[in-house]
Design a protein around this ligand. Sequence first.
Ligand SMILES: NC(=O)C1=CN([C@@H]2O[C@H](COP(=O)(O)OP(=O)(O)OC[C@H]3O[C@@H](n4cnc5c(N)ncnc54)[C@H](OP(=O)(O)O)[C@@H]3O)[C@@H](O)[C@H]2O)C=CC1
Ligand SMILES: O=C1Nc2ccccc2C1=O
Length: 281
Amino acid sequence: MSAKRLITLNNGNKIPAFGLGTYDIPNSSTAQVVYEACKVGYKHFDTAVLYGNEREVGEGIHKYLTSTNTNRGEIFYTTKLWNSQLGYQNTKRAIKDIFSKVSQLEYIDLVLIHSPLPGKTKRLESWKALEEAVEEGLIKNIGVSNYGIHHIDELLSHCKIKPVVNQIEISPWCMRQELADYCLLKNIQVEAFSPLTHGYRLRNPPAELQALADKYNVNVGQLLIKWSLSKGYIPLPKTQRVERLQSNLSVDHFELTKEEVESIQHPEVHDPTDWECTDAP
Ligand SMILES: NC(=O)C1=CN([C@@H]2O[C@H](COP(=O)(O)OP(=O)(O)OC[C@H]3O[C@@H](n4cnc5c(N)ncnc54)[C@H](OP(=O)(O)O)[C@@H]3O)[C@@H](O)[C@H]2O)C=CC1
Ligand SMILES: O=C1Nc2ccccc2C1=O
């Protein structure tokens, strides 16, 4: 199953090839959605300080681990430092804070710098603080999000520990092929956020996409998730509906041909669903 497949990161650690996005899930239902997701096979959860639901994501994971007697190592938990938490001292404090919310998880699998927007000095100072947290064993892996090629180069020329992932928006209408290729070339895995275009293109899908989905007897959401996996990315689709948790995960019974993968994508379009900061100075 894709959710169980593990990708080896550049530090030798593993990450499940598919994760659940948790942005915008109401606080009151987050723990339950995460718990249900664990039950249907999700192994990887993506949250952020910005989302205000780290505690609840941790609760859902903890409930699953304890009620099923499952090892902590089976689940991968990611969070992200918000822009206001960048800078050396701010990040030191932020790390303590993100731990205090999920202390029952014992460690955090992955912490990302959410965006490059705070500027070079703060980016590099925060990275140093994150490296120290890895050395202390509090955080297993560190990475970045919304970084462009120039941010990746800046980091690679200053870091002791390389970023393991760059989490960027990727869908057939926001391909970022050059950036994704560059990350993979540097052995930095690409996590695809908003792989379902935040739901926008699913409301009235193009006829050719619907026809391809019909061919495989899947829905367009499943098709977009399969496209992302076929491109070699780690998709992070969000849903708060239990029935969709299951179907979004069920993409292993069909394979897209190379021609079908290409037919889905629109390299001529650049339509991010929300913010665009890979080009920040
Ligand atoms: N690093 C960053 O800057 C960013 C990171 N992210 C991360 O990526 C995750 C995913 O991105 P997000 O923007 O949430 O959007 P997605 O592209 O995952 O789309 C989610 C939307 O699609 C709907 N949906 C889910 N499955 C289906 C389906 N099978 N058919 C029809 N509709 C469906 C959901 O509704 P419903 O819940 O009702 O099913 C929701 O409205 C985030 O939750 C977050 O974890 C996102 C943006 C920025
Ligand atoms: O999931 C997210 N949705 C967002 C919207 C604006 C800025 C950041 C984000 C996220 O990380």
